[in-house]
Design a protein around this ligand. Structure first.
Ligand code: NAD
Length: 449
């Protein structure tokens, strides 16, 4: 069904236009202008799709995308430069270079939780690197998907960048095509389907998936600050953030203190928004029903639900253990289970037993403790004494490992993700040393390799 679009993009890519640096820079500028033109529609769409407030939408979606565009425009020439590398003495007379080459026609499949950011941020990488792209925004935020299509249509011809709206069937149709690169963000479950489809064409993939990201709080942490930063990172976007702290694992000696401060800051940051109806919705009824079932046990804050608006109050559950329903899969909503440990060594072993999470946060003022946790547990990335904020540093690669994905992006890493590094040896024709050719010196030459 999308074969004709794919072929038009392929043809356009092969024309060589997208490879010109001036063309790429103009494309990024055009993208920015188009977003600016549709900015208020975008903000309205986020409000409509899941009651996302303007300030939060700007902070977590639009502002971030502008920064990435500006950063790419500033650095693209340096990133795209052919790089000269060393050449060993065995290749005397020659030079070695790495040429930066776009992959070609790329596919970007996005989820609903940051529906604009997670569709357009990878696009910035694809365009910066000189590719064409087909975007597939999430069907669960249809109004935002519509505005993304308008932004793309205003900025680019379809043969260069196109946005395709639709659900699972659309994805399946797209995944049948021989893309040169697929960038997928979403659940680990669908990540497997994407990778299987990509394997049919040996298409390289980046998979940005999810997982149960722990916030480990030791007895050496600044407990008040830990509480404040954990509840902010957890309850922003109604907990529907891939790097939200999924659960808290706290030293038993400071648990009560942490709970006390988490309740205080949750009340301070989110109570009014929940009461007035300004707090964000859960994206759809299925997720709302799934999350409601997880509110069980010792609820020490929140717990209220409003089916009419699909809203769930920021909720903290104390005394949870690993058998609790909220610990069986990624929560992905405003429900925060709190577990306690007696020794950090045991906590590390427990966390290591879970599938590799996308993020991990460790709260401690003892550097050796932070280092031990970072070095003992496999996870995508994270922070010491903070949550979520690592995500917006363009100098840090963002991505998971194992169950939470593969590959990375943001800043230069986005450019690199959508770029093939083509290695070329430039050989001299002035001399032609005989060593490598079959002759009586060959045996001696081999010894030096
Ligand atoms: P999802 O996997 O359900 O959907 C993502 C995309 O896949 C959508 O466009 C959807 O249409 C498509 N899709 C769904 N089922 C499909 C199928 N059977 N075949 C082909 N395509 C299909 O994910 P979601 O619910 O939109 O997002 C939530 C998940 O995404 C969470 O696990 C979260 O942690 C993860 N996530 C990860 C990141 C990250 O950057 N690593 C960011 C946001 C969300």
């Amino acid at each position: 069904m999308y074969e004709s679009l794919f072929n038009r993009q392929k043809q356009f890519y092969q024309s060589g236009k997208t490879k010109k640096l001036s063309f790429r820079i103009e494309a990024l500028k055009q993208l920015k202008r188009s977003i600016q033109y549709y900015e208020s529609d975008l903000l309205d769409a986020m409000k409509k799709d899941f009651n996302k407030g303007k300030a939060e939408a700007y902070l977590t979606e639009i502002g971030y995308v502008y920064n990435e565009i500006n950063y790419s425009i500033k650095h693209i020439e340096e990133w795209a430069e052919t790089r000269k590398v060393k050449t060993p003495v065995t290749h005397i007379g020659s030079t070695s270079k790495i040429y930066k080459e776009p992959y070609g026609v790329t596919l970007i499949i996005a989820p609903w939780n940051y529906p604009f950011n997670l569709t357009v941020a990878p696009l910035i990488g694809a365009v910066s690197a000189g590719n064409t792209a087909i975007l597939k925004p999430s069907e669960h935020t249809p109004t935002v998907a519509g505005v993304i299509s308008s932004i793309v249509a205003l900025a680019f011809p379809e043969k260069y960048v196109a946005s395709v709206e639709g659900g699972i069937d659309t994805n399946q149709d797209l995944l049948n095509l021989p893309f040169n690169y697929i960038f997928y963000t979403g659940s680990s479950q669908v990540g497997r389907i994407v990778m299987e489809s990509a394997a049919r064409h040996l298409t390289p993939v980046t998979l940005e998936l999810g997982g149960k990201s722990p916030a480990i709080v030791t007895k050496n942490a600044d407990i008040k600050l830990a509480a404040k930063r954990i509840v902010w990172g957890k309850f922003i976007n109604a907990g529907q953030t891939c790097v939200a702290p999924d659960f808290v694992y706290v030293d038993s000696s400071v648990r009560k203190q942490l709970i006390h401060h988490m309740k205080h800051y949750t009340e301070k940051f989110y109570a009014e928004a929940f009461i007035t109806g300004a707090y964000m919705n859960i994206v759809n009824e299925n997720h709302f029903e799934r999350l409601k079932e997880l509110i069980q046990g010792n609820v020490v804050y929140g717990g209220k639900t409003r089916p009419a608006t699909l809203t769930i109050e920021p909720t903290i559950i104390d005394n949870v253990d690993f058998s609790h329903d909220a610990m069986q899969e990624e929560v992905f909503g405003p429900i925060l289970p709190v577990l306690q440990f007696d020794s950090l060594e045991k906590a590390i072993l427990d966390v290591r037993d879970l599938p590799d999470p996308l993020a991990l946060y460790v709260f401690t003022d003892k550097k050796s403790e932070a280092k031990t946790v970072i070095q003992s547990v496999p996870f995508g990335g994270g922070a010491v004494n903070d949550t979520v904020f690592h995500l917006v540093n363009p100098h840090l690669p963002f991505g998971g490992r194992g169950n939470s994905g593969m590959g990375k992006y943001h800043g230069k890493y986005s450019f690199d993700t959508f770029t093939h590094e083509k290695s070329i040896l430039h050989q001299t024709t002035c001399v032609d040393f005989p060593f490598r050719y079959p002759n009586k010196l060959f045996g001696k030459f081999i010894k030096y390799l």
